[in-house]
Design a protein. Structure first.
Length: 336
């Protein structure tokens, strides 16, 4: 990947979403301690901006996305923090109010969206259901609205009468995107939107999301373990590890000057066709146990730069430059 492929950061100033101190835990009856899946996360998104969330599986990315839309499973609970969306704290809203926000204001393309459709209802019926719930258009205009939405994601309008099993994986993913933008949300959360798709269709889906964002002017959070794809799409990227954001920066800055050892190792693990396969690096070890996370930096056990300071206390997010924060006591040594 060359830096010519990086996304050009949009210049935006109007704040859409501000998250402060967000902590989400999973509890179970047979465990002494909860899983601290999201543990004190801070970040902000501007209107029309794309924010990427990257990191290994199990680092809290999907839980963070589900927390923002209050769609956690029964064992999940927001235990602390604030989610300020357009002046309202989503973390404190009653469930009755959350239903009015979901789809209409904040929408989500869930991980595994290819299997999210009801197999006994047509694609058109399922998209129209979201329009009906939020009364987006009158009943006699819903079919036309569904047709328009399908055309926006490069599908033929007559696919509305087909069932999910009649569509290919790429077509179902486009239909899921059409449903997600059907109510014209201000924020779209896409959790692994290219899972199980081939490389060509992955690129088409990501380009489509970017085109829809330009057309409809929504903010977007894209969650992925694929750092290379996210760097081509996102204005800024948050790197998650062990339930926390350890670095956040514009895409081009993150690529050129990573300041956290974990980010640096993720970049070194990218497959580059210009390098022999044996030069692709891996990150030894495993992410921490979030039932009993370390007192210090959660990456310390896997980090070559770690010292006693790193194991005794967790470094706070430090402002290195405008829009660039990192949580590392040794950020000046990263990449040296």
């Amino acid at each position: 990947m060359s830096n010519q492929t990086l996304h050009t950061t949009k210049q935006t100033t109007d704040s859409l979403l501000t998250v402060r101190g967000l902590s989400t835990y999973y509890r179970s009856d047979d465990a002494d301690a909860p899983v601290r899946a999201v543990d004190g996360v801070d970040f902000e998104i501007k209107r029309g901006e794309t924010y990427g969330l990257v990191g290994e599986s199990g680092c809290g990315k999907s839980t963070l996305g589900l927390s923002l839309i209050r769609a956690l499973p029964p064992q999940g609970e927001i235990v602390d923090g604030h989610i300020d969306f357009k002046g309202r704290d989503i973390a404190q809203l009653p469930k009755s109010a959350i239903k009015d926000i979901q789809w209409a204001d904040i929408s989500m393309i869930y991980q595994g969206a290819l299997n999210a459709f009801n197999p006994v209802k047509t694609i058109g019926e399922q998209i129209a259901e979201a329009l009906r719930i939020h009364d987006v258009v009158p009943e006699d205009e819903r079919d036309n609205r569904v047709a328009t939405l399908l055309e926006q994601v490069n599908l033929q309008p007559d696919l509305a009468s087909q069932y999910p099993h009649e569509l290919s994986g790429g077509m179902k993913q486009r239909a899921a995107i059409a449903m997600a933008v059907s109510c014209d949300p201000d924020l779209l959360i896409a959790d692994e939107p290219t899972t199980a798709l081939d490389v060509i269709v992955q690129a088409e889906v990501l380009n489509m999301l970017q085109d829809l964002q330009d057309e409809l002017d929504f903010g977007m959070i894209v969650i992925s373990h694929n750092l290379a794809s996210i760097m081509k799409l996102a204005d800024r990227i948050g790197v998650m590890y062990g339930g926390r954001i350890v670095e956040s920066a514009p895409s081009e800055v993150l690529y050129e000057s990573p300041s956290h050892p974990y980010t640096d190792r993720l970049l070194r693990s990218l497959i580059d066709p210009r390098r022999p396969p044996e030069q692709v690096e891996t990150i030894p070890g495993n992410p921490p146990n979030l039932r009993d996370p370390p007192t210090g930096c959660r990456f310390a056990e896997r980090c070559d730069l770690a010292t006693d300071d790193c194991t005794e206390s967790h470094p706070p997010l430090e402002q290195l430059a405008p829009n660039h924060q990192t949580a590392c006591y040794h950020h000046e040594e990263v990449g040296k």
